[in-house]
Each structure stands twice: as structure tokens, then as C-alpha cells.
Write a protein that binds this ligand. Sequence first.
Ligand code: NAD
Length: 258
Amino acid sequence: MTGVAGVEPVAEARELVEEARRVVVLTGAGISTASGIPDFRGPDGLWTKNPKAELMSDIRHYTADPEVRVLAWMDRLAWADVDARPNSGHMALVALERRGVLDTLVTQNIDGLHHLAGSDPAKIVEIHGTVRDVVCLSCDDRRPAETVLQRVRAGESDPRCERCGGILKSATISFGQLLVQADLRRSVEAATRCDLLLAVGSKLSVYPVAGLVPLAKEGGARVVIVNAEPTEMDGYADVVVRGDITTSLPAILGVPTG
Ligand code: NAD
């Protein structure tokens, strides 16, 4: 591994990107913090500051405890009110795609900002789901989140499914829920066939997604990691760039900013 901070690792990473013909990008919460959405485990992360918030992301607590659901709906309203917009990190990935070398964009993010930035939906795998939809945990009815958020704004603190009365939840994957197997398969296949894996804004501590890094490496791909702090997968990286994503990612991808 080389790199860590400064101009040199950015230049090294840029060289690897220029040589690559089939790139898989793996993004985490760190790419969206500059858009106003806090991460969970970074120094200012929601769970770092308030470990109890993690309970809302566990399906067992969510289904068993109405208070957890009420807090979760308040949280969803707050997310919706942020009206987050893509930043230069998301836009740099759109530019990479336009060069024709992006194979798949696997995101752990649930914020929909890669879609909003203009990335091709066919190339995106939202491996942890999305907050743009709401699903019923009993009958699987799925509809746009805004329709349910309007009911919460109107005073329903724990809205129920209009079809069957079941518990409603964001269409995200909580702890205790299985990933969508087709999404996982797509991600594994992409990591196996890529020649460069670019991991951006994740501590790479959540499995099975973090496992895509060693998988790509074993398949012969080069690995570049861009994150403000050390990750659990830095040992697999050919280059680690420790810097702010909004400036370092455009620089690595050769995209002018501002
Ligand atoms: P994480 O919270 O574990 O790690 C984020 C990392 O990004 C941290 O190491 C942090 O230091 C770094 N970081 C933050 N801002 C940065 C910046 N501007 N430049 C460089 N680095 C920066 O994130 P994770 O690995 O994605 O795991 C969190 C889980 O929670 C995800 O699986 C996701 O489903 C969910 N989540 C999603 C969002 C979102 O959709 N935006 C936000 C919070 C959490």
C-alpha cells in the first residue's frame, strides 16, 4: 500500500484510474456528508454522538417498540426536510461513467443522491435500500415515501399500511434484515470482474459489503480507498487517499471543480 495524505497519493490513484477499463465504485455515507447528511460512524457521526440511535436501525427493536418507530418517523421527516443535493463527489462519478469505464456503482447509501446526480440507474446497486420508498413489513406494499411522510406531517406518529394495517418502514435494509440477494449477487459479480475497485467514504466495516474489497483484490483488481480516516480494508489498498472527498475524488478522476 502507498499513499495516505498529500498530492502524491492523489496522483498515484489518478494513474490507476487512467489505466483501468472496468471500474467498480463502492460508496458510503462519507460521500454525502458535504450534502448535509451526517454519517454514522465518522467523528461527527450520528451513532458516534448518540449510540442509542443505532436501535432505530435494528428491525427487532423497530417491530417490537412503537416508541422506536415514532422516533424513526421523526428522523425520516428530518431527512426529507434537509432537501439534500448531490455534491462534487457524486458529480465526479457521473463524469467517470461518461468516459465509459464504470461497470457498477454499489452504494451503501440510502439517500438517492447518485440518482439525483444523474448516474445511470441501471449501473447503481443500492445495497442497503433507499429512503425514497416505504414498504409494509406484512404485505410488502411499496409506495413513494412522500405519500406516507405527508400522513406523519398531518399527525400520524406511527402510520400503518393502508392495505393491511401492517407496520410501515423505509425501504432500507436494517440490521436483522437480509440483503436483497439479487443485489448482493450483482455486486459480487461486479467486484470479481473489475480491474479497479474504488471505495469512497466508508469505514468498510459493514459486511458483506466490505467483503467486496478483498474479493476484488483476489480477482486481480487494483484497489483505491478514499476516506478521511483509516478504514478496515486499508491493508488491501494499492493506494489510500486520506482527504476530503469533495476535492480529492474530482482530482483523482481528473474532473475540474468549481
Ligand atoms: P460510516 O458512517 O461507517 O463511515 C463514513 C466514513 O466517511 C467515515 O470514516 C468518515 O470519516 C468518512 N467521511 C465523512 N465525510 C467525509 C468527507 N467529506 N471526506 C472524506 N471522508 C469522509 O459509513 P458507511 O460505511 O457508509 O456505513 C454507514 C451505514 O449507514 C451505511 O451502510 C448506510 O446504509 C447508512 N448511512 C447512509 C447514509 C446516507 O445514505 N447518506 C448516511 C448515514 C448512514
